[in-house]
Design a protein around this ligand. Sequence first.
Ligand code: ZN
Length: 358
Amino acid sequence: MEALRRALWVLALLAATVGAQTTKTKNVVVIVIDGMRWQELFGGADSTLLTPRYGVTDTLGARRRWLRATAEDRRRIMMPFLWDTLAVRGAIWGAPGRGAMVRSTNGLKFSYPGYQEILAGFPDPRIDKNDFGPNPNATVFEWLAAKPAYRGRVAAVATWGVFRAIFRTPQSGVPVYAGYEPRLPEPRDDAGRELDAMYRTLPQFWGDNPLDALAVRAAHEVIRRQKPRVLFLGLGENDEWAHAGRYGEYLDAAQRADRAIGELWATMQTMKQYRDKTTFIIVADHGRGFGAEWTDHGRGVDGADRIWWAMIGPDTPALGVARAAEEIAQAQVAATVAWLLGEDYPRADPRAALPLKP
Ligand SMILES: [Zn+2]
């Protein structure tokens, strides 16, 4: 009788354990810095690109600002949050000399296929152009948004208007504030109206791709008002400046992105819902070429499939510049978002790659 009771007790305990969340994360923020190269992320500014040919006219001033004797010092002055906070408390994969690479596996090496791979968890060869239109696939955001625990608690903010198609909003139930319409939730107070005025009045350099600073403010607005548990933030300036061949602006944009991510992290840590319960995953949608090909990416550009992956949060050990024994795929982001929240995405969609469990 005693043995039976003990057996039943063990069974009950097992039943309670199965399906229980083993991670501490309750909120996830996925941030993509569009087209940010691993070369600068790990090595800082490249002295051979700080030239008038790439829009750097005050070369002396630029060299003074960006160049240091070591890669460690160069990257730290460019992205201090990433290197002084995230790399100390979290992990960054994809550094040269640290084992296997982090790769975008879709073979196309441009934006929409990259975002499809990140957000749905697998490459889809049908998506072969940026103006493809609505995504035929659900993203992990859509999958989570359909669950009662996440209803109304999933959102995306980005500079690039195409994210409405990538998240297939409104069909998916994931609100997307991107491009110029809708750029942010309906303004309710002076701060919201002020931000709306900035969207309307600041210079519009690139069609449906406003400045990063605007999307960053919009993200703060969404966090303040909707307190999402799962948030996407898409920053587009690095890719635009690189395509324009403007290396100084590209470095500036990286520095601003780093500051924005650091401020977002600090702000969320002051909020009860997010403090010590939030993981940031920061990746790129694609890399870029080597040397003079730094401006470009795409199917024919050698090396543009190589990216990086940074992560900080209560389930990320302090690995710093992490070593990887096996290649890490961009496609693993979707399942990692779900895994951090105690959900099994590849079980729901077997096409999805498995999570990166640090
Ligand atoms: Zn891109």
